[in-house]
Ligand binder design. Structure first.
Ligand SMILES: *[C@@H]1O[C@H](CO)[C@@H](O)[C@H](O)[C@H]1NC(C)=O
Ligand SMILES: *[C@@H]1O[C@H](CO)[C@@H](O)[C@H](O)[C@H]1NC(C)=O
Ligand SMILES: *[C@@H]1O[C@H](CO)[C@@H](O)[C@H](O)[C@H]1NC(C)=O
Ligand SMILES: *[C@@H]1O[C@H](CO)[C@@H](O)[C@H](O)[C@H]1NC(C)=O
Ligand SMILES: *[C@@H]1O[C@H](CO)[C@@H](O)[C@H](O)[C@H]1NC(C)=O
Ligand SMILES: *[C@@H]1O[C@H](CO)[C@@H](O)[C@H](O)[C@H]1NC(C)=O
Ligand SMILES: *[C@@H]1O[C@H](CO)[C@@H](O)[C@H](O)[C@H]1NC(C)=O
Ligand SMILES: *[C@@H]1O[C@H](CO)[C@@H](O)[C@H](O)[C@H]1NC(C)=O
Ligand SMILES: *[C@@H]1O[C@H](CO)[C@@H](O)[C@H](O)[C@H]1NC(C)=O
Ligand SMILES: *[C@@H]1O[C@H](CO)[C@@H](O)[C@H](O)[C@H]1NC(C)=O
Length: 299
């Protein structure tokens, strides 16, 4: 058990090492305002997001988010931490239970990092925000991070597809013959080359492998191994972030925002009647067919 925990912490640190270094080099400013996060479950099943603050594991959080539901999270000024989704969970009334992927112990509130493999959204907030989607600890579902009303290089981070549908057999985690997650090569084979340790403990020596390339193919805007520097550094000052589970970067996604349903429009649309929302505009009356097609329900 101790060994397993140690391994998880190791992976936890590895995946965070890049973004933390970058943020520190930039001289993070913690005197900025709180920022709001909108978490959207675009999956066709219930998920249980976990939110963990870096360096303060007593401050963990977790909850159930049904298909189509939206949740809000206000991050304090200078917040740094991670978000992910647990799948296949079963919790009792006391919030005690287990999950098939992304589990963080037995509590619905996560106080320890997740048990790989699972996709992770990482943030370091300040005057300038740093964020990425990490597959360094493996993949359990696609995550997309979309900044709203941001200034700077505010790229959309994350996936274009679902790696569960294209996970090589040596990495696949199955339940009832169904792939529920895809392990990282480091997690599955535990070699220095895949884990960027020993002789491979720096970005020059630790290069992409055929496994990390197969991750990159499905999630081009995500870190596919510990020293993956092919994701250019994303630095953005945004007032809000939308973290969507089970969406792709180019997919139209709606969320419930400021008591209104907000959908993003295709990029470059200058006809937005609400300039302040950037690429997102309000859709007050959705046709029923659209609703059904998107499988989106306001709850
Ligand atoms: C941090 O923010 C404060 C207040 O907005 C400002 O005075 C200071 O110059 C900022 N520091 C850096 C390093 O940006
Ligand atoms: C729902 O998700 C499961 C698991 O990802 C998948 O096998 C199934 O095809 C999905 N169903 C629909 C209608 O998208
Ligand atoms: C950790 O989080 C708890 C609960 O929110 C808070 O009371 C405490 O001050 C935090 N500790 C640190 C070092 O930030
Ligand atoms: C987040 O902060 C805003 C502004 O202070 C507030 O209106 C909103 O209720 C807060 N949301 C949550 C989930 O606490
Ligand atoms: C929930 O917690 C209470 C109080 O600790 C305990 O009596 C009860 O048995 C627990 N219920 C379950 C389902 O574990
Ligand atoms: C989880 O955390 C929330 C928010 O701090 C709290 O209200 C809830 O009681 C906690 N649940 C459990 C089971 O610890
Ligand atoms: C699945 O992976 C193979 C090999 O990497 C690739 O050729 C194929 O295009 C991928 N299929 C999908 C649907 O991504
Ligand atoms: C990667 O390379 C190894 C060894 O060369 C091979 O066994 C494995 O099948 C390859 N995996 C993929 C996903 O191509
Ligand atoms: C913005 O970020 C994207 C992706 O990280 C990168 O491809 C692009 O070159 C960056 N643009 C600028 C102007 O830095
Ligand atoms: C919004 O959806 C369009 C496709 O309709 C896509 O190209 C764009 O990247 C999306 N933007 C965001 C912020 O999700």
């Amino acid at each position: 058990m101790a060994q397993i925990l140690g391994r998880h912490l190791h992976l936890f640190m590895l995946s965070s090492v890049l973004i933390l270094q970058i943020a520190m080099a930039a001289g993070q400013n913690t005197s900025t305002e709180a920022k709001s996060f909108t978490l959207v479950n675009n999956c066709n099943e219930t998920i249980w997001p976990g939110i963990l603050t870096r360096g303060n594991n007593s401050n963990g959080y977790g909850f159930a988010l049904q298909q189509g539901q939206t949740a809000f999270y206000n991050a304090t000024a200078g917040w740094s931490g991670r978000m992910w989704a647990r799948t296949g969970c079963s919790f009792d009334k006391n919030g005690t239970g287990t999950c098939q992927t992304g589990s963080c112990g037995t509590s619905i509130n996560c106080t320890v990092p997740s048990n790989p493999p699972n996709t992770i959204a990482e943030f370091t907030l300040g005057d300038v925000d740093f964020y990425d989607v990490s597959l360094v600890d493996g993949f359990n579902l696609p995550i997309v991070i979309s900044p709203i009303d941001g200034k700077g290089n505010c790229s959309i981070a994350g996936c274009d597809g679902d790696l569960r549908q294209n996970c090589s057999s040596g990495l696949a985690v199955k339940s009832d013959e169904k792939v529920i997650a895809c392990r990282s090569a480091c997690d599955a084979f535990n070699t220095d080359e895949y884990c960027c340790r020993g002789a491979y403990a720096d970005p020059v020596a630790c290069l992409p492998t055929n496994y990390s390339r197969s991750f990159k193919q499905v999630c081009p805007a995500a870190a596919s191994y510990a020293f993956d520097d092919s994701i250019s550094i994303i630095t953005c000052s945004a007032s809000e972030y939308v973290v969507t589970f089970c969406a792709s970067r180019n997919q139209k996604v709606c969320s419930y925002h400021d008591n209104k349903l907000v959908c993003n429009t295709s990029k470059g649309s200058k006809a937005s009647p609400l300039g302040g929302l950037g690429g997102w505009i309000l859709v007050l009356a959705l046709p029923l067919t659209y609703n059904l097609k998107m499988k989106f329900y306001i709850s």
